[in-house]
Each structure stands twice: as C-alpha cells, then as structure tokens.
Design a protein around this ligand. Structure first.
Ligand code: HEC
Length: 139
C-alpha cells in the first residue's frame, strides 16, 4: 500500500510537471500570437512600386519626382521620414506614412491641394505599403 501511495505521488508530480511545461509552452505561443509581427519592408520592391506603380494605380513618381527643382504636383518627399513623426499628433512616422498612402486626404500638407490618388488602399497590400515605407526611409 505504501509503495502504491509513493507511486501515486510520483505519478502526480510527473503529471503536474508535464502540465506546467505545456502551460508555459502554451503561454509563450499565445503571447506570440497576440503580438502582430511587423511586416518587414523591402527597399528594392518599394523603389519599384514607387517608380512603376501597381495594377492601374499611378506610380508615386508621377507627382513626387525625385530630382529637386522639377515642377511637382505633390510635395517633395526628401527627408520625409524625419518629418513624418511630427505631422499628426499620436501618429508615429510609420503610422503617418501608412495613412498618407491609403488615406491621403486625412491630412493635407499645407500649401497643397488634395489631389493625391485616393485608391492606393485598393491596389496595395500591407506588404506593398511596408516596402514603400522602407523606401521612403531612404529619402
Ligand atoms: C496624383 C498625384 C499623386 C500621386 C500619384 C501620389 N501622390 Fe503623394 N501626395 C500628392 C499631393 C498633392 C500631396 C499633398 C496633399 C496631401 O497631403 O494629400 C501628397 C502627399 C503625400 C505624402 C505626405 C507628405 C508630407 O510631407 O507629409 C506622402 C508621404 C505621399 N504623398 C506619398 C506618396 C506615395 C508613397 C505615393 C505612391 C504610392 C504617392 N504619394 C502618390 C500627390 C500624389
């Protein structure tokens, strides 16, 4: 009988250890699931999208030329990543650039008219936007 009790106690200990291990593993996985992995941008793809566009969406280059002094419908994007974080209170640089691409009329750059192509959200996925932002960081 005594041996049986020890056997039971050891068995319970063994099971609870396994249980703990599984619950720890479970927590680690569920925590990972809760934090959305940020989409990493690819500068080369971003440059391609910027210069060539996608589907029927016009290239950004149409209105945001890269050479200074050239007439442009849109503002120069030189140094945009540094400016971006101070444009809209509460929006990080990435947040502001994301918004500027898919909701360009949410904030209008002073001195410009709201003529930016409004439907990029229909043509660009999250990966495309991340690629564009990665490219804009190099300006
Ligand atoms: C049809 C012309 C046009 C096209 C095409 C266009 N833009 Fe714009 N963009 C503008 C204009 C005009 C503004 C300024 C008015 C405003 O804020 O909406 C602007 C503003 C911006 C701003 C905010 C700049 C600042 O100083 O805060 C960003 C960023 C931007 N565009 C990125 C892009 C990107 C990336 C693309 C391509 C996916 C693109 N634009 C395509 C015309 C355009």
């Amino acid at each position: 009988m005594r041996k049986f009790t020890i056997f039971l106690a050891l068995g319970a200990l063994f099971l609870s250890t396994i249980g703990c291990t599984f619950s720890v593993i479970g927590k680690v996985f569920s925590l990972k699931g809760l934090t959305p992995a940020p989409v990493a941008g690819n500068v080369q793809r971003g440059e391609h999208l910027f210069k060539k566009g996608q589907d029927k969406a016009p290239p950004c280059l149409t209105c945001h030329p890269l050479q200074p002094g050239v007439f442009a419908l849109g503002p120069s994007l030189k140094g945009i990543y540094e400016r971006a974080s101070s444009r809209v209170p509460g929006l990080s640089a990435d947040g502001y650039l994301h918004q500027s691409i898919i909701e360009p009329h949410a904030y209008i750059v002073p001195g410009f008219r709201p003529i930016m192509y409004p439907d990029y959200g229909k043509h660009l996925g999250e990966q495309d936007i991340a690629d564009l932002i990665a490219y804009l960081r190099t300006f």
